[in-house]
Design a protein around this ligand. Structure first.
Ligand SMILES: [Zn+2]
Length: 549
């Protein structure tokens, strides 16, 4: 009996110890989450800017992120068109326009026959302004974002806020369930929102707007931060590849902002200056502070986007002193934001990532002068000749719209005339394929019936949404665009538009870098693994293996 009791005791002890170990292991399986996630998107940032401007950067901005974080040096967009609305959506939904439905910034809406803006919502109203730019929400985005999933998984305890100068860059990242999204309205020189989120601006936002910071930033001329002769990474300040602002005779420093704003959109002019970034940084810091972000019981998420580099790139191009100065100043703004986050929650309690919504090509005229094949497309002329051809062949012009390099055909007329849609698509494709600036053309029929696995055709397919996209998709030759002869634009499937920086920093991130190719859609999947939440519901990306083990 004694023996039996001691065996029983011994067995019990083993069970208790095993049980204790089990609980201990299961505790380990649930890693703690960061207090705050800050997603930083730089609008129109090429990955090579990191290297190009490295010696001009201070130690607390981009360098701090790279020296203390993980740099994915070969991060690429995996769809076209590489624009701002789709870019921000892909980062946060972890999928491409084929699934998330944000096929461009604006597109021809087949159901209404009108143009639809990606963040347009006619059922909501502006809050903080009367500008029509206030009628905005994420209603056109078809899938959830990583920020939505964080909200759902925390039973809505996580606070999610999106901010940017551009409404789409604030709204789409913050998702459908955001606490708030704020964007800049030049008519009031401050940040506004819409009734999608709230009926009144919080008092702290009204107080921030009352400081009239935009006005203050625009009250002194924009001069280079460093002596101008030190801008050796750029073309001379006065060059023929830059757009001259209204009221100026040359695209050169100093840009007299107090004077120029009268002719260039008033307080909206801050967008195309580095001070648009500074204002965004000021507002980001105010948001974290006033909303006590990172001090709640659940993980909070601030999605911030710096829009000014895009406006500056469009005006002056990637080789301008203006863009170099913009990045040198942005580095300082990011440094200030990082310092504030460190002070607010501590480095290891904040997870920060930085990427871009697209990159940018060289100015085609500049490339031509370097004897590199490049040029301009005259889309209107091209489509006019297509319409003439279709009128001759089918007795009707048949084209409803050509937007974002997609031909939208008039299905009603095609049906009425008993034409074969596939034959019309093929005819349009054959005609456009013969245009000198066109590299390839894909029809909706081909896209619906085949699977491309690489190259620009793959990217066109991932950007093709069967419900929303056009009937024939066109790709131009590398370095060809429909744009002004100065400045630059983006949207193509080529590396110069798709290759962007991606850096993770802070919470549990080990320092390092990799040249392995990762895709923009991998960011949301990686964040989901780091935050232990569901993937966004349309996610097609994969967690980046060297970041999450
Ligand atoms: Zn742009």
């Amino acid at each position: 009996m004694k023996k039996f009791i001691s065996i029983l005791f011994f067995t019990c002890c083993i069970i208790v110890i095993a049980q204790a170990q089990k609980t201990d292991q299961s505790k380990k399986a649930v890693a703690p989450n960061p207090r705050l996630v800050v997603g930083i998107v730089v609008d129109q940032m090429r990955y090579d800017y990191i290297y190009r401007y490295w010696n001009k950067f201070g130690s607390d901005g981009f360098k701090k992120l790279i020296n203390g974080g993980f740099f994915c040096r070969n991060t690429n967009y995996n769809y076209v068109p590489t624009y701002t609305g789709p870019g921000h959506t892909a980062i946060y939904t972890g999928t491409t326009p084929a699934v998330n439905g944000i096929i461009a910034n604006d597109w021809y809406d087949k159901s209404t026959g009108k143009n639809l803006y990606c963040a347009q919502d006619d059922n909501v109203n502006p809050v903080g302004s009367v500008a029509p730019e206030g009628k905005r929400s994420p209603v056109n985005m078809l899938t959830t974002t990583i920020t939505d999933e964080l909200r759902i998984s925390s039973n809505m305890k996580s606070k999610v806020i999106g901010i940017a100068l551009k409404d789409r860059s604030a709204i789409l990242p913050a998702g459908h369930t955001a606490n708030a999204a704020y964007w800049y309205d030049g008519s009031i020189g401050g940040f506004i929102t819409s009734t999608y989120y709230m009926n009144e601006l919080p008092a702290w936002v009204t107080d921030f707007n009352k400081k009239e910071l935009a006005k203050k930033y625009l009250s002194t001329p924009w001069n280079t931060l460093l002596p101008i002769e030190q801008y050796t990474e750029s073309l001379p300040d006065d060059n023929k590849y830059e757009t001259v602002a209204k009221g100026e005779t040359k695209p050169v420093f100093p840009h007299n902002l107090p004077e120029l704003q009268k002719l260039n959109g008033g307080l909206n002019m801050i967008r195309a200056t580095p001070f648009g970034n500074s204002l965004t940084k000021d507002f980001a810091i105010e948001t974290i502070q006033k909303e006590s972000m990172g001090k709640n019981t659940a993980t909070d998420f601030l999605a911030v986007s710096f829009s000014s580099p895009d406006y500056i790139g469009h005006t002056y191009g990637p080789n301008s002193v203006e863009q170099e100065d913009d990045y040198i100043r942005l580095d300082k703004d990011i440094a200030e934001l990082l310092k504030f986050i460190d002070a607010q929650v501590g480095k290891n309690n904040a997870l920060i990532f930085l990427t871009a919504d697209h990159a940018a090509p060289e100015v085609p005229n500049y490339l031509s002068d370097l004897k590199i094949p490049s040029g301009y497309v005259h889309e209107r002329k091209m489509i006019d000749s297509l319409k003439k051809h279709l009128l001759q062949t089918f007795g009707d012009t048949l084209v409803l719209s050509y937007t974002n390099q997609q031909v939208f055909l008039n299905h009603k007329i095609i049906e009425l005339k008993k034409l074969n849609l596939i034959q019309v698509e093929d005819d349009v494709a054959f005609f456009l394929q013969n245009m000198s600036a066109v590299s390839e053309v894909l029809t909706a029929n081909t896209l619906n019936n085949s699977q491309f696995t690489e190259g620009s055709r793959y990217l066109m397919q991932k950007g093709f949404n069967a419900k929303r996209s056009g009937d024939v998709l066109v790709n131009y030759l590398p370095a060809y665009m429909d744009y002004m002869p100065t400045g630059t634009t983006h949207g193509s499937p080529y590396s110069y538009d798709t290759h962007v920086p991606l850096i993770f920093y802070g919470f549990n991130i080990k320092q390092g870098s990799s040249a392995e190719q990762v895709y923009i859609t991998d960011i949301a999947a990686t964040l989901a693994m780091m935050l232990n939440v569901q993937f966004p519901n349309g996610c097609t990306g994969k967690p980046i293996s060297f970041l999450v083990k």
